[in-house]
Design a binder for this molecule. Structure first.
Ligand SMILES: Cc1cc2nc3c(=O)[nH]c(=O)nc-3n(C[C@H](O)[C@H](O)[C@H](O)COP(=O)(O)OP(=O)(O)OC[C@H]3O[C@@H](n4cnc5c(N)ncnc54)[C@H](O)[C@@H]3O)c2cc1C
Length: 453
């Protein structure tokens, strides 16, 4: 099946990010064997090489203008070790494939981002997090090993205790230390693929924060009304969920079952469906339709990947695409959340989809990893409003001053200065990269924009 956002076909191609607000042309090639990939890297194409997964990063992280972009191998090569509770797979394995292979065995990838389309390679490169970061950390905390092909021709089997410097530079390193060929991941043991979900509606941002802090479930997330103002600013709906302790006798008589989302095609009109007015109507209707308090049981797909059922929802924002502004700030800086929501509302743009997560104390997997202990807010905004760019630049400064950072896997526009203010000078990261990539072969549009390559 073609993956939406994924590049297909080789030759000179235009590649977009998931947000469709950035694009560039590159020579697309692959999949290649490890030997052929090593030869490609050794040939040092003038504008460099970059590995791409399913293209689910929102901005320019998986693009390499004028250079070469290497596509993932569709042969997922998944091997589950039930006794050890681990899975080893090729970098091109999608989370959908991983779920299909592990769930019926009562095992689960410990970190599930909001789409099952992404690949294992993309997950390592972005050090992805899920709704359980508060408790379980990001994927870097669960990686036993990563097989990395470096541009100097060396093949490294790295892990938290094997070449830890290169491991930390690669997890979250946005593909700029080499090509991930495979990875091994520890899994969670589950008795059921169904979850007991407690849903609560909260009338203000303070209430949402309190509910997220006190929610007992392994998985917690809040869906925020990005358009309400005044006392209702940041109101939302908070989900707290845990796996059932036994298989659901009605739906899983023979043990955990993974039911992938059924994607339907959506025919969209040529005009943007998201405007300030429709964003407000949608958010308000959705908020009022939510129950004040409800207990329900949901399938894994319905809980984690409900947007995957709508394959082209990223086109709702119109032809100029969307920006997802996702940032994290330390717990004490929760005031930034309200400021960001207010500023986006005042910018004349139409913030239309917001999610808020509590990040836990887990140590950052690497210097470019996004998560930090505190709050992470993501807001989708259509590109086009004249004051949006200036507003986001101001918000970058605010986030940086608060000790926070913007997520590189979602970014398409941050300046080099803002990036440095958030992530620091990264001398160690640059030193590790230079040791395995002395000719700066691994390149991306994001890397060039932010001064990483
Ligand atoms: C609907 C949706 C929901 C999302 N929800 C979450 C979420 O909850 N949490 C979260 O953390 N993220 C989330 N994301 C972001 C997504 O998880 C990351 O952007 C992830 O990196 C995408 O993986 P991909 O396979 O599509 O990689 P791509 O987008 O193709 O590439 C992303 C980066 O990975 C690098 N890369 C890919 N493959 C390799 C490889 N083999 N070797 C080296 N580098 C490689 C690329 O060079 C690039 O820098 C979401 C994205 C979408 C579209």
């Amino acid at each position: 099946m073609t993956r939406p956002g994924a590049a297909t076909g080789t030759g000179r191609r235009r590649l977009d990010g998931w947000g469709r607000a950035t694009s560039s042309h590159a020579t697309v090639t692959g999949p290649l064997t490890a030997e052929a990939a090593a030869e490609l890297l050794a040939s040092r194409p003038p504008r460099g090489v970059l590995a791409r997964g399913s293209g689910c990063s929102y901005g320019d992280a998986a693009q390499n203008a004028g250079g070469v972009v290497l596509l993932p191998d569709p042969d997922a090569g998944i091997r589950v070790d039930h006794a050890r509770g681990t899975v080893r797979a090729a970098a091109g394995a999608t989370f959908r494939q991983l779920l299909h292979a592990t769930v019926p065995l009562g095992l689960l990838p410990p970190v599930l981002p909001g789409t099952a389309r992404l690949t294992l390679g993309g997950a390592v490169a972005a050090d992805v997090h899920g709704k359980n970061h508060r408790r379980d950390g990001s994927i870097g905390a669960w990686l036993d090993s990563v097989q990395l092909l470096c541009p100097d021709g060396t093949l490294h089997d790295i892990g938290p205790a094997r070449e830890p410097g290169l491991f930390r530079a690669t997890v979250g390193g946005m593909g700029l230390t080499g090509v991930v060929l495979a990875a091994e991941l520890r899994l969670l043991r589950i008795a059921s693929a169904r979850l007991r979900v407690t849903t609560r509606r909260a009338g203000s941002l303070d209430e949402v924060l309190e509910l997220l802090d006190s929610a007992p479930g392994r998985y917690t997330v809040a869906w925020i009304d990005t358009t309400s103002a005044g006392g209702g600013l940041g109101r939302g709906v908070v989900d707290s969920a845990d796996h059932l302790e036994h298989p659901d006798p009605r739906r899983e008589p023979e043990g955990p079952v993974q039911r992938p989302s059924r994607t339907g095609r959506l025919t969209l009109p040529p005009l943007p469906l998201v405007t300030p007015r429709t964003a407000q109507a949608f958010n308000s209707a959705w908020y009022h339709a939510a129950p004040r308090h409800r207990e329900s049981v949901r399938d894994l797909t319905a809980f984690f990947h409900r947007l995957d059922a709508v394959p082209y929802w990223n086109r709702l924002a119109g032809p100029r695409g969307l920006v997802q502004y996702q940032f994290a700030v330390p717990g004490r800086a929760h005031g930034v959340l309200a400021t960001v929501l207010e500023a986006l509302q005042r910018s004349g743009a139409a913030p239309y989809l917001g999610t808020l997560k509590r990040f836990g104390p887990g140590e950052a997997s690497g210097p470019l990893s996004f998560p930090l202990p505190g709050w992470a807010l993501a807001v989708d905004v259509p590109v086009g409003a004249p004051r949006l760019a200036g507003t986001l630049d101001r918000l970058d400064r605010l986030v940086a001053e608060a000790g926070g950072r913007v997520y590189l896997a979602k970014d398409s526009r941050m300046s080099r200065d803002a990036f440095r203010a958030m992530y620091g000078p990264l001398d160690d990261w640059h030193a590790v990269r230079a040791s395995v990539d002395p000719h700066a072969t691994m390149r991306s549009d994001l890397g060039r924009r932010l001064g990483l390559c």
